[in-house]
Every structure is written in C-alpha cells, then in structure tokens.
Design a protein around this ligand. Structure first.
Ligand code: NAG
Length: 518
C-alpha cells in the first residue's frame, strides 16, 4: 500500500522539487550575475581576484590561513564591544574610600639593608682641606691614604694663588656650555697644555671626570660598531660602552692572548658571514683603577694595527703617575702619544683639579666639539679649575722627584704590608700607587661577610690614625664585579716613615680583625 502511494506520489513530489530546484538555480544565477557585475564594478576587484587565484595555486595553505584571518578580523571587529562598567562591582562611596586608604604604593626604592645603612652612616666627613694628612670632623688628624692625590700636589700654595687670581678675574661658574659662550681663554690654554703633555695633536676639555669617557666612547662608537674591551675596565668606561649600543666583546683582563683570540674570532665571523665593515675599537685603561696593574701597551698597539682597530685608552689613574714625565702609559713605555687614537682622563686625580679631557687628532677633537654630549650640553669647567689643571701639569713636569717618591712609596707600602702580615695579598704591580689589599687564607661566608671584615679593618685603621677605604662598586650594575678589597692610594706627599707607619697600622688592623673572627 505504501509502495503504491509512493509510486503515485513520487512523480508529483519530483515535479515540485524540480520546479523548486529550477527556480533556485535561476535565483542563484541571477544573484551571481548581479553580484559579479557589482563586484567587478568595485575598483581593484580584478587584481584582488587574480591575487587570490595566484596565491591559491602557489600555496593553498596560505590562502586558507588568510581566509581564517579575515574571518577572525570580521568576528573581532564585528563582535559585541565590552564597555567598561558593564560587569563592574558597584561600590559605595565608603567602600571606595576604604580601598583608597588601604592602598600602599610600591616603594620607589627597596628599603636599605643593614649593611647599606651602616655604609651610609660611615661616610667620613672631613673638616678643612684634604691632603696627605687631613682632619675629620672629630678634630683628629690622620694619614690620608684614600685620596688619589698621587703627586701630593693638592693644596700647593702657588696653585692656590693662581686659582684665586683666576677666580677674581673670571668669577666662579660659567653658566653656559662651551658652544654657547662658555669657552674661556683659559680652557684653550689648558687644551694646548694637556695635548703637549701627552704628545697628541689636539685636546678637548670636559667639565666633569666621570662623564668624559662615558661621553667620548659613544661619540665615536655607534650601533652596529664593534668594541673589544678589557673585562677590568672601570664603571665610567662600562657606562660609555653601554651608551654606545655597539656590539661589545670582552677579553680577560690584561690577557693579550685572549684579546687576540677575540679579534681573530670577529675577523673569521666577518669573513664567513660576509658582514659589512664597521668601525672597530679596542678599549683599555692605562693603569686599572680596579686592579692596580698596567696595560701592556706595546702589545695592544701591535694587535690594534694588525687587526685594524682604533685604540681608546682611559688614563685617569696613569696620568701624572706613570712614565718619566708622568705623562701616562705612553710615556711609561716610551711610545709616542700619537700612536693611540683616543686618550681620555680626568684632571681630578694626580693633577688635583677637576674635569676631564680627551686627546687625539684634530678631527677627533673637532667631532666632539659638535657631537660629544657631555661637552655640548654641560656648562664649561670653572676657569679657576682650568687654571689649577694647567698648574697640575706644570707641577708634574717640574717635579720628577715627586714621581720617583711616589713609586718608592708604593714599593714601601707593599713590602711593609707583606712583611707585617701574612694573610693579605696586594693586587697591582709593585710600583703602582693603587694597592688593592685583599684578605686571604680565611673562609668568608659570602661576599657581604668579606666586605664586612674589610670594613672592620678600615674602621680599626681609622681609630689608629690612618684613613683608608674599601673599594666600592655599584655591585648589581658592575659587569665583572672585582673581588672585595681595600683600595689604598699611596702618594708622593707622604714621607717614607709615614708610609711605613701607616702600613704597619693597617697590618695590625688586619691581624686583629681576622683574630677576632676565628
Ligand atoms: C708648588 O708648585 C710650584 C709650581 O709647580 C712649585 O714650584 C712648588 O715647589 C710647589 N710647592 C710644593 C710645596 O711642592
């Protein structure tokens, strides 16, 4: 029965279905024709169609991905927008006030640790002038082995007179950068004097020591350039390297074999990867502030010439200290100052003034007058300090006996220390006035514990009339943090007797502290 009905009913249904299908096809066709006509009237549509076709043939998966992206875009932008406040908690005024009262802002800096607090409290305050001896606010005079007054020229009466004369003539400040009426005749004189002293073509004077090298390096080395630096460079140099945004590679402190390995590696890399040629620099220090040793300049020059690098030397601790004339590390090795491309240093150590300078060829100096940030944007060095720096140079030149005494005192300091106490090690070369005193043969719990022990030595020496200080670093910012030490600065201003006495006092302090810690 059902089948009979089916056979009868079937044609009827089929007819209706066919009619429907036909009308659908017509409708689709017309819609498609209209749509394609509309579509082709849109400007650029043909290019789009061609693109889709071509991209489908080249990479069907990409077309699929693109379609997905388009769908996502439509969903994202077409979707319901979430308005702020849609599903927020309704709080009463009182609750809001309570929340505000409870809120505690994150502190700007973390609270001080106990060690930091003690360190702050221990900053000694001097009363009156500094020198090879000085008085602290407690009124007691002490032997000063903490200032970098290497030649003992600080407080030289004739320098003071000259500075006072300059003060009367030029006033105190300059109130303007060098390029904006801040350049005074005494600055030009100082630039000529320092260039002559170092043996360079020209020099430029900066008003602050730290920012000199930190500005000199980025004035020449830019992003993409290569710098190969000694791992023992001081903080100001590290900052210069960082600001330059160059690619910096470090070699082991004073290790020329390692330097050559690094230079070779860079050369190989450049040839293999066909890298573009960039400016390349080697950065080192004359006498390392953090180690008390001297850079092997002849080998540095040999390597920089072999691999075609420029050499930048920081000489803050070698100027007025090394060489027969005190002219620095070039003088020490009997090399012309012109061999080193760029030399920078501060006037505030041996030359006992303030500010800094950079020496080099005429172009190197002129470039900094236009583009050296610390030069262009800070007020020029006060005239009296420029005059004092010239006097400092003259003092170094005319007092070879001060240089000789400085070296002798350095030797005496080291030998007396080592003679009096076994548990120490004196970092640095024998006649370097920077002595890094370290404790050995003692187990410390950690770095902080070791620093604490050294501080106890400093305090004990202070009680017995000798002013020394720990070498201090911004621990978490140093790239290669040197081991803890006491940094003793020997000067020519001390007599041999004073040096021996001070060394004996320090040695006794070390023994006492270590004994108390057993
Ligand atoms: C001070 O410096 C002048 C000039 O360099 C020099 O003649 C004099 O001997 C120095 N005085 C002392 C005490 O060193």
């Amino acid at each position: 029965m059902a089948s009979t009905l089916g056979t009868y009913a079937a044609p009827l249904v089929n007819d209706a279905a066919r009619d429907l299908a036909d009308s659908i096809i017509i409708a689709v066709n017309t819609t498609f024709t209209v749509a394609s006509r509309v579509y082709s009237s849109i400007p650029g549509s043909r290019i789009f169609a061609k693109y889709v076709k071509a991209s489908y043939q080249n990479d069907p998966y990409r077309t699929l991905l693109e379609i997905c992206l388009v769908i996502f875009m439509i969903w994202y932008f077409g979707g319901k927008k979430h308005k702020p406040g849609d599903d927020e908690l309704q709080l009463t005024e009182k609750e809001i006030q309570e929340l505000i009262d409870e809120w505690e802002p994150e502190p700007l800096v973390p609270p001080l640790t106990e060690a930091q607090r003690t360190e702050l409290d221990k900053i000694p305050v001097i009363s009156g002038s500094s020198g090879s001896k000085l008085k602290l606010v407690d009124g007691r005079e002490r032997i000063n082995l903490a200032s970098f007054n290497f030649l003992g020229a600080l407080n030289n009466e004739s320098t003071k007179d000259k500075a006072i004369e300059a003060l009367r003539k030029y006033g105190v400040g300059s109130c303007g950068p060098c390029g904006f009426y801040g350049t005074i005749d005494v600055h030009i004189e100082l630039e000529q004097e320092i260039a002559k002293f170092i043996g360079a073509d020209a020099a430029i004077v900066y008003s602050q020591g730290f920012s000199t090298i930190a500005s000199v390096i980025p004035a020449f080395a830019k992003r993409g350039d290569i710098i190969v630096a000694d791992a023992g460079v001081s903080f100001a140099v590290q900052k210069g390297l960082q600001i330059s945004r160059s690619t910096v590679k470090y070699f082991k402190h004073n290790d020329m074999e390692d330097l050559e390995k690094v230079l070779e590696g860079i050369q190989r890399d450049q040839i293999e990867k066909k890298k573009p040629l960039t400016r390349r620099f080697i950065v080192a220090e004359g006498l390392y502030a953090n180690h008390g040793d001297i850079c092997p300049l002849p080998k540095l020059l040999e390597l920089k010439n072999k691999y075609k690098y420029r050499l930048i030397l920081e000489e803050s601790f070698s100027l007025g200290v090394l060489g027969t004339r005190g002219a620095g590390v070039c003088d020490h090795f009997g090399v012309s100052g012109k061999e080193v491309d760029i030399i920078a240093a501060t006037f505030s150590n041996a030359l006992s003034s303030s500010g800094g300078f950079c020496c080099g060829s005429k172009e190197i100096v002129e470039h900094q007058r236009l583009g050296g940030q610390a030069y262009v944007f800070s007020a020029s060095l006060p005239a009296m300090l420029a005059v004092a720096a010239v006097e400092g140079i003259k003092y170094a030149e005319s007092h070879p006996e001060a240089l000789a005494r400085l070296r002798e005192n350095a030797v005496v300091m080291r030998s007396t220390l080592l003679k009096n106490v076994q548990q120490v090690q004196c970092g640095g070369v024998e006649d370097s006035p920077v002595v890094h005193l370290r404790l050995r043969d003692h187990r410390f719990r950690n770095r902080e514990d070791e620093e604490q022990a050294l501080q106890e030595v400093v305090d004990e020496a202070l009680r017995n009339g000798v002013l020394i200080t720990r070498a201090k670093y911004v621990n978490d910012q140093e790239l290669f943090l040197p081991p803890p030490s006491i940094r003793i600065a020997v000067t020519a201003g001390h007599s041999r007797k004073e040096v021996e006495k001070a060394a004996a006092i320090i040695a006794t302090a070390v023994k006492k502290v270590l004994k108390g810690r057993k």
